[in-house]
Design a protein around this ligand. Sequence first.
Ligand code: SF4
Ligand code: MG
Length: 281
Amino acid sequence: MMQAVINPTPKDYKSEVKPTWCPGCGDFGVLNATLRGLAGMKLSPDQTVVISGIGCSSRFPHFMKTFGFHSVHGRALPVAQGLKMARPDLTVVAVGGDGDFFSIGAGHLIHAALRNIDITVVVMDNEIYGLTKGQTSPTSPHGHVTKSTPYGLLASQFNPIATALSLNVSFVARGYSAKPKDLAALIEKGIQHKGFAFIHALSPCPTFYHTFDAWDAAVTSIPGDHNTQDRNSALALALETEKQFTGLFYQEERPTMDQAAHAQMLQAKSFDINQYMQRYA
Ligand code: SF4
Ligand code: MG
């Protein structure tokens, strides 16, 4: 049985399993940021659950000493939402890659956004399918040449932040795995946020696509005067093509479905069938 840890440090969340990622993979930085973010919240590992789908980044739960569930392709969000509805006392974090969340799991992203259940999602985006050796993913740029698109990708590039904003996700942020301290601060804020928190983490796959150098040049902090309650200006930043803005784009506090469902359950428990029948007789 897992023991509670008072005042945990990042290493209290780290399992004995050594990450199997390629040397230089961006996911190391995201793991480091997640360990720091959870420690920053002083959350006991036995009160935290990390859930993933399938992909290189979805091996994540094995490397953490929290509870975890390495589920099936694209299904991290249904598992995470179900768990939070059943156990609102737990901190639930769903992790995975661009293929997992924006291709096979894309439908779940839409409905999770609409429900606003209090979970945190960290998407490690390398703009490629790494596990299956470098095919295009929804976030690969138009024209990208891979083994699956030898003459160039014909589809448009999926924009994760603009999509999350258009779905009215209540917390939208982007971090970069080369800046784990900043990313840790965003993960901590996302967990503190009451509602669905979406964190887009740029995480290079140097084996099959991006190197850190390519993103170092594009990553820029969101201007300090950006109003995080203004969805239109957040969208303008998200649609910027030359720069990859990082930081908090948008945050809005609104009722979560887990809270609302709990209130409905209480209402249902006090439901009086006789009163109901009399009223509608
Ligand atoms: Fe990371 Fe790419 Fe290697 Fe997968 S293939 S572990 S994403 S570097
Ligand atoms: Mg990927």
